[in-house]
Design a binder for this molecule. Structure first.
Ligand SMILES: [Zn+2]
Length: 111
């Protein structure tokens, strides 16, 4: 009877069974990831200074930075303009609003 090699066993394992530890790698100062993190924090601070409630529903609890266009779009990721891409939102609105729903809001008429 042939014995299975480790490689074959790994291929048979479901992905969930592979425990991958969280990365403990530190971000190197000046790297792209470091700059992006700094800009994210700056964006968060600016929005908390300029806005005080959820852009969508008006709630003032647990406000987060919401992106109308997703964060992966770097050309709008740090846009803090009054009519820009980023606004404070409550966790519920931030998680469940879709771009198409914003198009129906009066603030976005003409965009
Ligand atoms: Zn909200």
């Amino acid at each position: 009877m042939a014995r299975r090699g480790d490689r074959e066993v790994l291929q048979l394992m479901p992905l969930r069974a592979i425990k991958k530890p969280f990365s403990t790698k530190t971000t190197r100062i000046g790297s792209t990831r470091w700059v992006e993190t700094q800009l994210d924090e700056l964006t968060r601070r600016i929005l908390h200074l300029t806005e005080s409630s959820c852009f969508t529903c008006g709630s003032t609890k647990e406000l987060q930075v919401g992106h109308l266009f997703e964060r992966r779009h770097r050309h709008t990721r740090w846009d803090v303009d009054e009519k820009g891409n980023n606004h404070l939102q409550c966790p519920n609105c931030n998680a469940f609003m879709k771009r198409s729903e914003y198009d129906a809001l009066p603030e976005f008429q003409g965009y």
